[in-house]
Design a protein around this ligand. Sequence first.
Ligand code: 1CP
Length: 323
Amino acid sequence: LNDLFLKACRGEPVVRTPVWLMRQAGRYLPEYRALRERHDFLTLTRKPELAAEVTLQPIRRFGFDAAILFADILTPLVGHGIEVEFAPGPVVAKPFRTREDVERLRGFSAEKAVPETLETIRILKRELDVPLIGFVGAPFTLACYLVDGKGTKTFPETRALLYRDPGLGRELLDALADMAADYALAQVEAGADAIQVFDSWGDLHPDSHRPLPGLFDRIRAAGVPGISYAPGRPRETGADVASIDWRTPFAAARELSMNVQGNLDPMALFAPPELLTERIRAVLAEAGDGPGHVFNLGHGLHKDTPVESVELLVRLVAEETGR
Ligand code: 1CP
């Protein structure tokens, strides 16, 4: 097993900086688009052989140092019976408004809701020679989709609910935190080597961070590193590794002695090779020579990203950091 990624997550010395990219599986890859012509997104996530194939596609093509489970942050909710369409972003059929809606989240069991996803992990563990990253949506970011019903820039309905009825807001976040913990631990039990918690919209509300330290304690107790993605607010999460967005310097997390992941602007992959090279070197220089850096983007790969830029990135990170 190539353990560069896990070593970097623990802050141990490595022979070169490991690299993987958020959304490394998906629409920028011709082989993913070919599969998508025959199957819709939900089918890809629900058929273990297909989901495993999508996870493996970028590993074969680029030789990344870690793989990420192919699913969505809303996958456990879909499995629990919440009606969601992907168009291509999630659209919730009946957005949450009431205590009865929140009650629907009770009794979540990953074994019952997402057996296919856990089976995907078991298949991948047989096929992969790099670590497998499992992931969950953070409670607040999941709430954003449940309450606003779809992706928006500022999720006003969700924020309004948390301010209008703080008690209900707390119940919603707590129920989602229970679900996230159960789902994360089930992924570890099935074989996931690390868990990343995506709180993509967490900077929109001051309460978003509250459930995170408890969640990361449980992930750590299960014996794997926890990685936070909390744009704008990498502190206070209690994660082992902070995945830093492209607007935020590593220093914010380094001051807390956290290991860091990131943080090239995904749009830099649209630059000509010379400029892209310069930007990658700048990220490596900011990360410094010490241990505890996983090279990644500061957000997910854009669907129109040129594949050649990803090739250049992987090659350059290896050349520049090999020691
Ligand atoms: O049509 C298609 O093929 C669907 C596009 C797609 C894909 C490839 C969606 C819908 N989700 C995914 C996979 C996905 N989503 C992964 C898998 C593995 C990988 O990274 O390679 C992961 C980790 C996610 C996580 C995710 N989904 C987040 C958190 C990370 C982030 O980008 O901030 C969020 C916010 C979502 C919601 C979502 N699902 C899909 C889309 C297009 C979106 C975002 C857009 C929106 O808000 O409308």
